[in-house]
Design a protein around this ligand. Structure first.
Ligand SMILES: [Zn+2]
Length: 68
């Protein structure tokens, strides 16, 4: 079963990314870069939590900020 995108809940998530293609493209460049950064796994999980918190709060994709 393909995981569903946590932003739109309709389209499948792209492999290796956190959102579907159209939603990923709406994220600010800085947020995309932070979420794509390789390295510290703990930090990557913290960034993912930031993304999910903002999605749960109804933050528009274009306004999402990843600070960690
Ligand atoms: Zn989506």
């Amino acid at each position: 079963m393909t995981p569903t995108c946590p932003a739109c809940h309709t389209r499948p998530r792209r492999p290796g990314q956190y959102l579907c293609g159209p939603d990923w493209a709406q994220l600010p460049t800085a947020a995309r870069r932070a979420l794509s950064a390789r390295g510290d796994r703990g930090k990557a999980m913290a960034r993912l939590r930031e993304l999910h918190h903002q999605l749960a709060a109804g933050t528009p994709l274009a306004n999402i900020q990843i600070t960690l």
